[in-house]
Design a protein around this ligand. Structure first.
Ligand code: ZN
Length: 297
């Protein structure tokens, strides 16, 4: 017993010193990224809980209260953050805010603080049908492993700044994560290399960065978050026929009604892929495999 007490006495200061950094992130895939780099030194929560839609999410009072213990909030500029960022900020003025999508702005534009929120707000809801044209400001940055690689460097630096004692661990974890990301990137590239058809039709345009990274073209069915009207739907069906689309990709947080209508009209099928899966790497692999199978190789 005395031995045990002595052991506890020895351990207690260590445990106190090892209090993890509390980190909030906007969406579940980012939790995986911060966990990879922070390891045992961080306790990460995603603001948008699994299954919820980041375009319309409302943080719970419990989540807002929990921000008071957080050292860091990692944002991506997903739409709920435009409405909520000021409240998130004022819940804990000492909490640092890291924009994971920094470097994702169009060149030559410095956007900081408030201006940033507003600039992102305008463009976040005003996305073109072809994700590519407006891609610089697409908030779904985590769908591209090379962009996650950039983001990972910024997260490592921020964690080291907030917790310099564990800087070496963050650097080591980051290195290992980059090796994983590069392998994932190569794997997706080879899966999609011989894909004949470069067009992918999706309901919600969450795959713009993925498409851009791997030379695909994303065509979205929705119009600013809403189902298309009859005329827009007819045009999409024409386009899908012309481009010989076989698969319409949907995600569980959005309606599948018009995707099913297009699929019926072209004799194709609807396949669910989830850009918000916390199982980041396996999910992207599955997406690449599904696109490769659907688009012929
Ligand atoms: Zn989205």
């Amino acid at each position: 017993m005395i031995k045990l007490l002595a052991l506890i006495a020895l351990l207690v200061p260590v445990v106190v010193g090892a209090e993890p950094l509390r980190v909030f992130v906007s969406v579940p895939p980012l939790k995986t990224v911060v966990d990879k780099i922070g390891g045992k030194h961080v306790l990460v929560q995603a603001m948008v809980r699994p299954g919820f839609n980041p375009h319309t999410y409302n943080p719970t009072p419990h989540q807002i209260a929990a921000l008071s213990d957080a050292a860091l909030y990692v944002r991506t500029g997903v739409p709920f953050e435009h409405a909520w960022m000021e409240r998130i900020r004022s819940a804990n003025r000492k909490m640092r805010i890291l924009d994971a999508s920094a470097g994702n702005e169009p060149p030559g534009r410095e956007e900081k603080g408030h201006d940033h929120d507003e600039a992102m707000d305008v463009t976040g809801t005003d996305r073109g049908r072809e994700g590519k044209a407006t891609m610089e400001r697409d908030p779904h940055v985590w769908t591209s492993p090379p962009l996650v690689r950039e983001m990972a460097g910024r997260i490592r630096d921020k964690l080291a700044e907030l917790d310099p004692e564990n800087e070496e661990d963050y650097a080591r974890n980051h290195k290992a994560f980059v090796v994983e990301l590069d392998a994932l990137d190569r794997e997706i590239r080879s899966l999609l290399a011989r894909t004949l058809d470069r067009n992918i039709m999706v309901f919600h345009p969450a795959w713009g960065h993925f498409a851009d990274t791997y030379g695909l073209v994303q065509v979205a069915i929705e119009n600013e978050g809403k189902e298309p009207g009859p005329r827009a739907l007819a045009a999409l069906i024409e386009q899908a026929k012309r481009q010989q689309v076989k698969v319409i990709f949907v995600q569980p947080q959005f309606s599948q009604k018009s995707a099913e209508q297009v699929a019926r009209a072209i004799g194709g099928r609807v396949v669910a892929i989830d850009p918000l899966s916390p199982d980041y790497a396996d999910n992207l692999r599955r997406v690449a495999r599904t696109i490769a199978e659907a688009n012929g190789r």
